[in-house]
Design a binder for this molecule. Structure first.
Ligand SMILES: [Zn+2]
Length: 629
């Protein structure tokens, strides 16, 4: 998932074909892992395949239908199947008998917990007490408040005429739309029949067919086993434009042309990633560009990354978010954290791969800029995050997994891997990367499994470089070890110098080589300006660099934070336009915050928010309301 820094990419071409491997068997959960965020009795039954048949009811804001789970028995004396649910209405549960008939099963709900939802306990009938494999069908419907499902009314879409539905199952929200074992420790294949209003189109994290007939009945198959948090569905006035042989972009017609242009290099990026990290194992790689109110940056749903439209800058300067979501095709989707306590295995690895991809696609300097930005963000975060949450593999047994996916697993995880790369040399570490993905592909692992593998393949194989206790320090101790690498960027240092010199009146604005900078360079320049600039200076700056009129959402975000902080009133009109253009939480929340915190504009912030809130997703509304209170 992409929640924090945005990366910036321009892409060259390189022709390496991606391949599709044989579909492997699902992997048995690691016995050393225990998932505190699931009720499922995965030590007795393991879900291997899921079949969905769901009707999408926009009026009721419900999914209605059935889920059939193929379960493998792993404990001979087990008499109940326990599944995760959240606010599901269960209408019927039945098992299929060996002859093909079915028998209704007794089911009941266990005790609900605020974060985890409600266990659904289903008794296995006597006839099946010796069965190795069980086929369990549950008829159910979701609730309008299902935490995974966002039902957008037409006015929150780009077109404004049709409703839109999208899911966000990570971390533990799949249980709010499917009764299942909602833990990344198990992997399932799935197939699905989705019924929608006939004018709308459904797509899933599965084998979407770009040529499918738009008739309201859609069939999907996902032959590669995935953790349940990667189950994904979107329904709306969605069309597709091809990008490359294996890539395409899905979105509303209003965004289709801009999206196809912006992400035209996705096929090249896929080819480059496959050349570096090993074969791309998922078949097609498509993008879904969501309506403007999508509150997140992106979500790595396999075969179909969900992406914010705020990266449609018109100049392909923000498409590197694709690098992050694409990298998850290896780290996270192919090799998965066994529990949410091991989230760095997904996000730290992905941040590392993303920076490696940026080097190849762009330049070492561009990757260094990103490393510096991430490092500063990490240092600031370590000042406020409680010590026990600063370890990569912390003792994390309660709370909300959504709250736990902060900056530490991303940036500290990335830094740990950079430290290993630096210590052992890139050639040795690259070999380790390829072996690691090969060893654990379509598997789920804990930090301890990773540590053992690291020890065997790298630490002990090349003794005297990094000790096991040094690696354990990264995993289990707060803060950063003394040996942590400190990223540097000469181009960002230069941008900061220009900001200082111009602020002091030593150079003219025309001498600032802004046209040569990456978006990160411009952002760093803006953030490095003297705190005491006059309004005349700000007007000169804004006019010369076109900051208030930028089409780059990240530069705009940085600039308008300064506009609010400095109470630069000539910029307030454009600031107001900005918060009405984007619904992504990362982009608008800090602007309201800067207005509230500048000491005089809290009322103005509330007024602006009241005008814009109808365009925002509830996730964004809630998080901005917290600030305005
Ligand atoms: Zn991510």
């Amino acid at each position: 998932m992409q929640r924090f820094t945005l990366m910036f990419v321009v892409i060259a071409t390189m022709g390496v074909a991606c391949t599709q491997s044989e579909v492997p068997a699902p992997v048995t959960p690691d016995p050393r892992s225990h998932d505190f965020f699931s009720f499922a009795n995965t030590d007795e039954f393991v879900n291997e395949h899921l079949q969905l048949d769901l009707r999408v009811d926009f009026e009721a804001e419900e999914l209605q239908g059935s889920a059939t789970l193929r379960l493998r028995r792993t404990a001979s004396n087990a008499t109940e199947v326990v599944l995760d649910t959240r606010e599901l209405t269960i209408e019927d549960a039945r098992f299929e008998l060996p002859g093909g008939e079915s028998v209704t099963a007794t089911h009941r709900f266990g005790e609900s917990q605020a974060i985890l939802g409600t266990p659904l306990i289903i008794a296995v009938p006597d006839e099946l007490q010796a069965a190795e494999e069980l086929l369990l069908t549950i008829e159910y419907r979701t609730s309008p408040g299902a935490t995974a499902l966002q039902w957008l009314p037409p006015e929150l879409t780009a077109g404004g005429e049709h409703p839109f539905l999208f899911s966000q199952s990570q971390a533990i929200h799949a249980r709010s739309w499917v009764p299942l074992q909602d833990t990344p420790a198990v992997r399932i294949t799935y197939d699905a029949n989705i019924h929608t209003p006939p004018q709308l189109m459904a797509i899933m994290s599965a084998n979407n067919d770009p040529d499918t007939e738009r008739d309201g009945d859609y069939e999907f198959e996902m032959p590669q086993p995935i953790p349940p948090y990667l189950l994904a569905l979107a329904v709306g006035n969605i069309y597709v434009a091809p990008i490359g042989d294996e890539t395409g972009v899905y979105t509303e017609p209003e965004l289709l042309e801009a999206s196809a242009y912006e992400f035209a290099d996705t096929q090249d990026m896929l080819d480059k990633a496959a050349a570096m990290f090993g074969p791309y194992q998922w078949g097609r790689y498509d993008l879904l560009i969501l309506p403007p109110s999508f509150p997140y940056g992106g979500m790595e749903n396999p075969r179909l990354s969900f992406i914010t439209p705020s990266v449609l800058a018109g100049d392909r300067s923000l498409v590197s978010i694709i690098a992050h979501e694409l990298a998850h095709s290896w780290s996270g989707n192919l090799v998965t954290n066994a529990t949410w306590r091991d989230g760095w295995l997904n996000e730290g690895w992905t941040s590392y791969l993303e920076h490696r991809l940026m080097e190849v696609i762009y330049s070492e300097e561009r990757a260094a800029e990103l490393a510096v930005v991430d490092y500063r963000e990490l240092l600031l975060d370590l000042e406020v995050v409680p010590l026990e949450q600063q370890a990569l593999a912390p003792p994390f047994e309660s709370g909300d997994p959504d709250d736990f996916q902060g900056i530490v697993p991303y940036h500290k995880g990335n830094l740990f891997l950079k430290y290993l790369e630096k210590s052992f040399g890139r050639d040795v570490f690259d070999e380790f990367i390829a072996d690691y993905f090969g060893e654990f592909e379509f598997g789920t692992i804990t930090s301890e499994v990773f540590l053992d593998y690291l020890d065997e393949k790298l630490l002990s194989a090349h003794p005297g470089i990094v000790s096991r206790s040094q690696a354990e320090h990264w995993l289990y101790q707060p803060g950063l070890p003394d040996t942590a690498p400190i990223p540097v960027s000469t181009s960002l240092d230069a941008a900061a110098d220009f900001a200082w010199q111009w602020s002091q009146g030593e150079i003219d604005i025309a001498d600032v080589p802004a046209a040569d900078w990456s978006p990160q360079g411009m952002i760093h320049f803006i953030n490095s300006l003297d705190a005491d600039l006059s309004e005349e200076q700000l007007v000169e700056l804004d006019t010369a660099l076109g900051l208030s009129n930028t089409h780059n959402a990240e530069i705009g975000r940085t600039w308008f934070i300064q506009v609010a902080k400095r109470q630069f009133r000539p910029g307030y009109g454009k600031l107001d336009e900005y918060v009405n253009r984007y619904g992504r939480t990362r982009l608008v929340k800090p602007l309201y915050q800067a207005l509230v915190e500048n000491g005089v504009d809290a009322t103005l912030a509330r007024e602006m928010f009241e005008r814009a809130r109808g365009l925002y997703h509830p996730v964004t509304v809630t998080s901005v309301e917290l600030i305005l209170e």
